[in-house]
Design a protein around this ligand. Structure first.
Ligand code: NAP
Length: 281
């Protein structure tokens, strides 16, 4: 199949010394077979960051895709996340050991606390567990997901370590401005999940269509470019090789300040956002 030519995403520095590709591949809700194919195709199409989670139940397939790509492990950036049952220092070590076994790797580039689960109240211990693995070089970057600024501050105060990454729901409808400002002040890189709002109505917005027409790009590329210009790392999921290539091809054009402002004005605050006080696993 003929596919658009892509070049790898540039990399951004992280506070604890690693570097993260500026765009990656999401793998939810793929099963093992779907993940294997999608990951292998994406890496062939020069993706380097792959995002999975214990909860997606596809880490074995992701691992097969990593190996099928033939790209050396050190060139890849493998991220996974663990569930609430592992929220203790020893628990995180066991979660790590189980994930690397399923993935067939011996270290992770980034490990995330998937959800804070404040009802359980052990998210700080969960981050402490990741910090222990970071100190041993078993994870190259330490992160959180769906953490509020207050929860991040608690984790920083308890460990003295700033998370490299907070992965949050982010797109022009859910612009998360206070969370992004908090992260920017501390050098935390924001990764954006559901970055194109799962291909739904966001891509039909007139300001997205106007920018797409102006730049000769697709609506998905316009929204992903918005993320890149905010300095965040989007992880769009696509199982389609053409859309994978399309989504990565956003580093050779720029939105104007007016276009960025118009896209950011689509923000609907917390109306559509998943509340991490109420949801988690
Ligand atoms: N940390 C967390 O709590 C959390 C929560 C949710 C998701 N995530 C991660 O973030 C990743 C991405 O988020 P997401 O899957 O929710 O949403 P998304 O990436 O915004 O959207 C994915 C959907 O959009 C379609 N799509 C992909 N590229 C497109 C394009 N250029 N134009 C139109 N449609 C397109 C995909 O279909 P095709 O596959 O058919 O292309 C898929 O149905 C997940 O896969 C997962 O790795 C993390």
């Amino acid at each position: 199949m003929e596919r658009p030519v892509s070049t790898p995403a540039p990399a951004l520095p992280l506070v604890n010394g690693a570097r993260i590709p500026h765009l990656g591949l999401g793998t939810w809700p793929l099963d093992d077979d779907g993940a294997e194919t999608s990951v292998a195709t994406a890496i062939e199409g020069v993706y380097r960051l792959v995002d999975t989670a214990e909860n997606y139940e596809n880490e074995r397939g992701v691992g097969r895709g990593l190996r099928a790509s033939g790209v050396p492990r050190e060139e890849l950036f493998v991220t996974t996340k663990f569930n609430r049952r592992w929220h203790s220092v020893d628990g995180v070590r066991e979660a790590f050991e189980r994930s690397v076994e399923r993935l067939g790797v011996d270290y992770l580039d980034l490990l995330l606390v998937h959800w804070p689960n404040p009802d359980q109240g052990r998210y700080v211990e969960a981050f402490e567990g990741i910090v222990a693995l970071l100190r041993e070089g078993l994870v190259r970057a330490a992160g959180t997901s769906n953490f509020t600024p207050e929860q991040l501050q608690e984790a920083i105060d308890a460990t003295g370590v700033t998370p490299d990454v907070n992965q949050i729901q982010l797109n022009p409808y859910i612009a998360q401005t206070p969370w992004r400002e908090f992260a920017a002040e501390r050098g935390i890189v924001i990764e954006g999940y559901s970055p194109i709002w799962r291909g739904r109505d966001l891509l039909d917005e007139p300001v997205v269509a106007a920018a797409a027409a102006e730049h000769g790009r697709t609506p998905g590329q316009i929204v992903l470019r918005w993320h890149v210009q905010l300095g965040t790392v989007p992880v769009p999921k696509s199982a389609d090789p053409r859309r994978q290539a399309e989504n990565l091809a956003v580093f050779d054009f720029a939105l104007t300040d007016e276009e960025m402002t118009a896209l950011s004005a689509l923000d609907r605050g917390t109306e559509l956002a998943t509340d991490p006080h109420a949801f988690g696993h």
